[in-house]
Design a protein. Structure first.
Length: 95
């Protein structure tokens, strides 16, 4: 058996959010299923010298607000245990 490569379906999108000075960014993977569209936050990154200044918080809030405006029924993410408090402050919970 050989490996198969599947192309992304036409309804899958990746949106990138970047702050004005390119100090940080994140990606929102947009997918769709029977319930509707939803987002997965990935690759949250802030340059080391600009961390703890609210950049990641701002980017995540923008991704959440954009998702609400687009009618997504959920937003998910995965993170390391030491970052759960950070994401909990932004309204995320673990199931």
């Amino acid at each position: 058996m050989g490996n198969k490569i599947y192309r992304s379906p036409s309804w899958a999108r990746i949106w990138t959010f970047t702050d004005y000075d390119s100090k940080g960014s994140l990606q929102l993977i947009v997918l769709k299923n029977d319930k509707g569209s939803y987002g997965i936050i990935e690759n949250v990154f802030v340059k080391e010298e600009f961390r703890n200044k609210g950049i990641a918080t701002s980017l995540i809030r923008e991704a959440i607000e954009t998702s609400r405006q687009k009618g997504f029924y959920k937003i998910t993410l995965t993170c390391s245990d030491e970052l759960t408090y950070f994401y909990a402050k932004l309204g995320f919970s673990w199931h």
